[in-house]
Design a binder for this molecule. Structure first.
Ligand code: ADP
Ligand code: ZN
Length: 755
């Protein structure tokens, strides 16, 4: 028997998480034969109910009561010699399961790569290899006149320079694999085999700068002290766009690696930021694993095993990389820490940035949260002294920040058009002029509008009704290219109706999206080469990489797009950035709408003037006095965050308050409302005394009250801390077992959006 924090534990009993959506930890008996093999994090085979399933050994458990003892079953077998999960990841999972109120076994399973999530023994993933065919010196196709197919294959190989990827040759010449084999036998060709390094984007990396800027030097020195000291050290690195934050991360990771330690770097979206990955690749080569959603199962397993074995010590990845089994973790970086993509919106609704701080505190390491526009949560932590604040206030090489100019659409936009069923043009005279000047100088422009389609809604001129999705409480978007209307929530599309479905009146095309802007630009600047970057125009990662790299190679003059253009791109040719309509997100019924607007505007503005030529930003708006727009135009992050924090405090929203939302969804509107009522009653009975400051809001229909035919209700719990809110949330969690199967209830702790 050993004594632990949890009381007396006995190594005769094991705490096990089961790979099933059930809450809590379970006790099993340890068969004497397995005693020596059991290590926390091992995958085990266990009886559960009437089946045999996957479980995870967590550690010794206290002996159960005599009554329970009789029912405890033994662990059947151990599935692997060494634990799949590292102790620190198990710890992180335990925290996440508790904090986000999600079954622990499911959390553990979600962290594992395919191949380890089922009841089977682990297989070793073979490294991916490429085969290159190489023509032998002096190989002459004319000697092959009796074998024309082999002759053609060899001629092709020589024509492309004497070496080519076997897959490519096979693609160009049918049956080439067989011909190549014959050529190998004749010693005219050899095949070279090489392991593949994934996630490399050619030409996207940049050389290691010989000298850091003075500010970078100071910041790197401070971070190195923290790194060398070891221990938990959370840091906010607030650096204006183009100040060289990435170079700071690279230096710190270099040092960790030189000391034999591991590093974990989280980035918002790999596909959108190939440059960043390119920079890590060109600095660390195969010593870095890249984890993103486009990997195949084998690639993912392979990367995971390389990390688990310690063969690779650095990982760059999207939010799910927070679970990566990095050995001897010394530093965690979260780039663009304010980015909403760090919050997962399904199943386990975790916030990877928050978990990064938790993992750092558990693993006792340096955590760097980097951003030009930190989230209010992180800013508040820095102000309270919980995080150290380091700043980069100037761009590299003292390049100027772009100049910011308002275009007041109330004055600058035409009020009418001849063609009456559509909106007047969005490109104002000042914007056209700026675009013309940019094109004349051979420079590039980015136009940003965070709405897709041609018209964002259609309204009847007679009865005033908007055309809505039949399944969702959402207006349909009109896509002119496809001649269809589509719901951007459920994807339902149909042809554009001739008139209003209610009264047959003519439909007006209102609200402007990226497709419409593209058409306007094409008309105004027929010679300009345009690219459009949104989820409709770019549907695969290949097309995305193509588009970004042709813009980088300056084969395009103007890039038009949604928030996808705002990400951390580094295009030195861009001197003009225009925000087509800054007000789009302001009216959303979400408490973060204002913050999100400020972030997006600043982020997209930061794309201008990153090269030798100075940049300018034009911001078109109807409501330039709105806080985020006015503050952004003054480059006043402090002013914005102070005012926004005051507002959040007054209205009791995060970060001054903790929050959880409970969403109830059901095909039946009646059952949905009834369940919401029931859960509200359950929660209200478990509320702490009012002096604890916990509040229950709702139940009420969600801001979008129907999606995909399901009615949606919402309940919100707010309080000064998660501990204070535990009563009502525990009660709701317990009540989930009795909720009818037809109703889906989701508990979202620290929700990202309230829609
Ligand atoms: P941020 O992430 O802060 O927006 P980046 O790290 O992308 O900034 O840096 C902006 C540009 O400056 C990049 O092209 C980068 O290669 C370059 N850069 C960064 N640090 C230096 C330096 N010390 N010397 C020269 N160029 C640098
Ligand atoms: Zn819909």
């Amino acid at each position: 028997m050993t004594a632990s924090l949890f009381g007396t534990v006995d190594d005769e009993y094991a705490a096990v998480a089961v790979g099933r959506p059930v809450r809590g930890e379970f006790t099993y008996l340890v068969p004497p034969a397995l005693k020596a093999q059991l290590l926390p994090g091992l995958r085990v085979k266990i009886p559960f109910g009437r089946s045999t399933i996957l479980g995870f050994y967590l550690g010794p458990a206290p002996a159960p009561s005599d009554e329970v003892k009789k029912k405890v079953k033994p662990i059947t077998a151990v599935l692997e010699p060494a634990p799949a999960l590292t102790p620190d990841v198990v710890e992180l999972c335990r925290f996440a399961a508790q904090h986000y109120r999600y079954p622990l076994g499911e959390v553990l399973r979600a962290t594992l790569p395919p191949g380890l999530t089922k009841l089977q023994e682990a297989k070793q993933a073979r490294p991916d290899v490429v085969h290159t065919a190489v023509a032998a010196a002096g190989a002459d196709p004319s000697t092959l006149h009796r074998a024309p197919a082999q002759q053609a294959t060899l001629s092709y190989l020589l024509a492309v320079g004497g070496r080519a990827n076997v897959d490519e040759v096979a693609h160009a010449i049918p049956g080439a694999r067989e011909h190549l084999r014959a050529l190998v036998k004749k010693a005219l060709v050899t095949i070279e085999t090489e392991a593949v390094v994934h996630g490399v984007v050619d030409g996207m990396g940049s050389a290691r700068p010989a000298k850091l800027t003075p500010e970078q030097t100071t910041v790197v020195a401070e971070l190195e002290v923290l790194l060398d000291a070891g221990g938990f050290a959370p840091v906010l690195l607030q650096g204006v766009t183009g100040s060289g934050k990435t170079e700071v991360y690279l230096r710190v990771v270099e040092r960790a690696l030189a000391g034999g330690h591991g590093a974990l770097i989280l980035v918002p979206e790999i596909a959108l930021t190939p440059q960043l990955v390119g920079r890590f690749r060109s600095r660390f080569g195969p010593r870095v694993a890249v984890l993103h959603s486009a990997l195949t199962d084998t690639e993912r397993l392979r990367a995971w095993q390389q990390l688990r074995s310690g063969e690779v010590k650095v990982v760059v990845g999207v939010r799910s990389a927070i679970w990566a089994p990095v050995s001897d973790l010394r530093v965690i970086v979260v780039d663009e820490e304010h980015d909403p993509s760090f919050k997962q919106d399904e199943k386990l609704r975790y916030q990877a940035r928050d978990l990064a701080v938790m993992r750092g505190s558990q693993a006792k390491c340096l955590v760097i949260l980097g951003s030009a526009t930190p989230s209010l949560e992180t800013l508040e932590n820095a102000r309270k002294g919980r995080y150290r604040l380091l700043k980069l206030t100037r761009r590299v090489d003292d390049r100027p920040m772009p100049t910011l100019q308002l275009v007041d659409l109330r004055l600058e936009r035409p009020k009418t058009v001849e063609n009456r069923d559509t909106e007047p043009p969005m490109l104002s005279a000042p914007l056209r002029l700026a675009m013309q000047e940019t094109l004349d100088r051979g420079q590039q422009a980015i136009l940003f509008l965070n709405r897709r389609g041609h018209a964002t809604f259609l309204a009847c001129e007679v009865c005033g009704q908007n055309l809505k999705c039949t399944e969702c409480d959402v207006c349909l978007t009109y896509y002119q290219g496809r001649g269809r209307v589509q719901c951007n929530y459920c994807g339902r599309a149909h042809s554009l109706p001739k008139g209003c479905p209610e009264c047959d009146g003519p439909l007006l095309q209102l609200g402007v999206g990226t497709e419409r802007i593209e058409a306007e630009v094409a008309e105004a600047f027929p010679a300009a080469r345009l690219g459009r970057l949104d989820r409709d125009a770019v549907t695969t990662n290949e097309r995305l990489t193509d588009l970004l790299s042709s813009f980088a190679r300056r084969e395009l003059d103007i890039l038009i797009g949604t928030q996808m253009v705002a990400k951390g791109h580094d295009f030195p040719g861009v001197t003009l950035v225009a925000v087509i309509l800054a007000d789009t997100a302001l009216s959303l019924p979400d408490f973060r709408a204002s913050e999100r607007t400020f972030h997006l505007l600043t982020q997209v503005a930061g794309r201008a003037g990153r090269g030798a030529d100075a940049g300018r930003v034009l911001v078109q708006a109807y409501n330039p006095d709105a806080l985020p727009i006015a503050a952004m135009l003054k480059n006043d992050f402090e002013g914005f965050s102070d005012a926004e924090l005051q507002r959040r405090k007054a209205l009791q929203w995060p970060p001054t308050t903790r929050m959880a939302s409970i969403r109830i969804e059901c095909d039946s509107a009646e059952l949905c409302a009834r369940t919401a009522q029931h859960l509200a009653t359950v929660a209200s009975r478990a509320m702490p005394p009012s002096s604890h400051g916990v509040r229950l809001l709702g139940p009420a229909p969600a801001p979008i009250s129907r999606i995909k035919g399901k009615t949606r209700w919402q309940l919100v719990v707010k309080g000064p801390s998660h501990v204070a809110m535990a009563g009502p949330l525990d009660a709701i969690e317990r009540a989930l077992a009795e909720v009818p199967h037809a109703v889906k209830v989701v508990i979202d702790v620290d929700p990202g959006a309230m829609l």
